[in-house]
Design a protein around this ligand. Sequence first.
Ligand code: NAD
Length: 282
Amino acid sequence: MKVIQKVGVLGAGQMGAGIAYVCAAAGYRVALVDKDQESLTKGHEKIQGFSVQYAPANACDQSQKDILGRIEFSLDVNALISSQMVIEAIPENEDLKIEILKHIGTLIGADVPICTNTSALSVTRLSKHVSYPERFMGLHFMNPVPLMPLVELVQSFSTCEDAAHLVSAFVASLGKTAVECADTPGFIVNRLLIPMINEAIYIFAEGAAPVEDIDEAMRLGTNHPMGPLELADLIGLDTCLAIMRRLYEGFSDSKYRPCPLLVQYVDAGRLGRKSKKGFYDY
Ligand code: NAD
C-alpha cells in the first residue's frame, strides 16, 4: 500500500462534500467527482459553507482558501486515477454502487484501498464487484462529517490486514475516532438510530403526536441535540428508507418493517432537506 497524498471522493452530495472537506482540512489533496454539474456546484457551495461553519477559531482566511484549493472538482471519474485512496459516497442504491465500483476497480492500482460510505449495504456483497476485493472495506462517516467525530470501520470477509491498517491510520489522520464493526446490516449506529426514527414516524402517522412535539419530547426528554424527525430530514428520507429496508431484509425480521408513511414520502419525492420538504419545510 502507498503513502496517501491524494484522496478520490465519488459523489459530491452531503456526505461526499463533507468527506472531501475533512480530507482537505487534514492536508490531503482531493479529487471530488460527481456525475452532474448541478450536484458538483452544490457540493462546492456546501464545502464553502463548511469552511465558514467548522473552521477552527484561530483559522485565517488564507488557511480556509488553502483547504478549498486542495480540492479538484470534476465530472470525470478519471480524476480519481492518481489517488492513493478512494471513497465512494454515491446514493444508497446497490445496483448503482456495484456499477461504479466495478468501474473504479479497473481505473486504479490494485494497491489503492477503495472504501464505501454505505450506511447499511453488505460490504462483503459489494466487495465481490471490486477487482482485488482484499483492498475494499466500509468507511462509514457520520453526518455532518466535519462535526461528527465517529467513523465506523467495516471489513468485508475479504479485506486484508494491510488495507484495514492503512484505512484505520487514515481515519486517525483526519482527527476522527474509529469504531470497528462486523459486516452486519446497519452496523452499530444505524441499527440503533434508524429504527428509532422509523418508530417516531409511526407515532406521527398514527396521529398520536404532531411532528414538533415528537422532536421536542426527544430533545428535552433524552437530551438528544435533534429530534428524530428533524434528524430524518437531515439524513434524507430516501437514505432512512434504504436502511430500514436493508435491516428488514438482512435480518428477515418484521420488527424492522418501514413505516408506510416513510415509503409514501419517498415515493412523493419528499426527501427532507435535500428536496426542501420532509417532515418540515425548508
Ligand atoms: P446524496 O444524495 O446527498 O449525494 C449523492 C451524490 O452522488 C449526488 O450528488 C449524486 O449526483 C452523486 N452520484 C450519483 N451517481 C453517481 C455516479 N455514478 N458517479 C458520481 N456521482 C454520482 O447522498 P448522501 O446523503 O451524501 O449519501 C451518500 C452515501 O453515504 C449513501 O450510501 C448513504 O447511505 C451514505 N450515508 C449517508 C448519511 C446521511 O446522513 N445522509 C450518513 C452516512 C452515510
